[in-house]
Design a protein around this ligand. Structure first.
Ligand code: FE2
Length: 243
């Protein structure tokens, strides 16, 4: 069974699910695609969405209380934009990471981050190295999306030594643009992608996610699907960079 490390399934928390009915529909669609564990990763992005831990936990409780018994296990996380808040949190070792809200004392072993799409911040590798040295594993959201990385294989390889590279499944189907599709496919074909995730924002996104999984199966086989959606995410949650 698969583990989704990137989704926006909590209701009215960010630009994902708008209401509880959306959340339940999205979780059911993910269940149909084979996900047994789903981490909701609301945006943490200054000027857009910075939901509090309390609001996230409350939304989590509301969804789990309403979910059917056969639905995926819903856990938490955050999609941290590389902004001033992130940099501050990285210095005080307080980056919101992947967690099981049932286990409150748990220290996150990994966290999800995204970069500004058009302009890469300076010293990414240095910062990732410093965070990783005694702390959690960084996981880069949608590496196919950053224009400054396109066609730069050495940079992807370097970044992939400091962070797990996790492509969006819908990008493999072209949902985010032609160049993003080409890059996501290339990252999977070349074995540079460590994992893949839904990044589901609304029920309608599930069709492209399904096509993305089908594309991996067709081009790389069942073993790659299991690695990118099952074993890889589980290793990441354990703080290990999948090989
Ligand atoms: Fe996202």
């Amino acid at each position: 069974m698969f583990t989704d490390l990137h989704s926006h399934v909590l209701p009215a928390i960010d630009d994902g699910a708008r209401a509880l009915a959306d959340s339940l529909a999205m979780l059911d669609l993910l269940r149909q695609l084979g996900f047994s564990v789903v981490h909701a990763t609301p945006h943490q992005k200054v000027g857009f969405f910075v939901p509090t831990r309390e609001a996230i936990d409350q939304a989590h409780r509301a969804v789990t209380a309403a979910q059917s018994a056969d639905g995926p296990v819903l856990r938490l996380g955050a999609e941290n934009m590389w902004d001033e808040l992130f940099l501050e949190r990285s210095q005080s070792q307080k980056i919101p990471g992947y967690r099981d809200p049932i286990v409150e004392s748990e220290t996150p072993k990994a966290f999800l981050f995204e970069l500004p799409v058009a302009l890469l911040p300076p010293k990414i590798e240095e910062r990732l190295f410093a965070i990783r040295r005694n702390g959690p594993l960084p996981v880069m959201a949608h590496p196919e999306r950053y224009t400054g990385l396109w066609n730069d294989r050495p940079r992807y390889e370097r970044l992939g030594q400091h962070a797990a590279l996790m492509v969006d499944l819908a990008a493999l189907d072209g949902a985010h643009g032609a160049k993003e599709c080409k890059t996501a496919r290339w990252l999977v074909e070349e074995g540079l992608a460590h994992a893949a995730a839904s990044d589901l924002h609304q029920p309608a996104d599930a069709r492209a996610v399904a096509s993305g999984i089908a594309w991996i199966r067709k081009r790389k086989g069942d073993t790659a699907v299991t690695q990118l959606l099952g074993d890889g995410p589980r290793q990441i949650l354990n703080g290990e960079l999948p090989i």
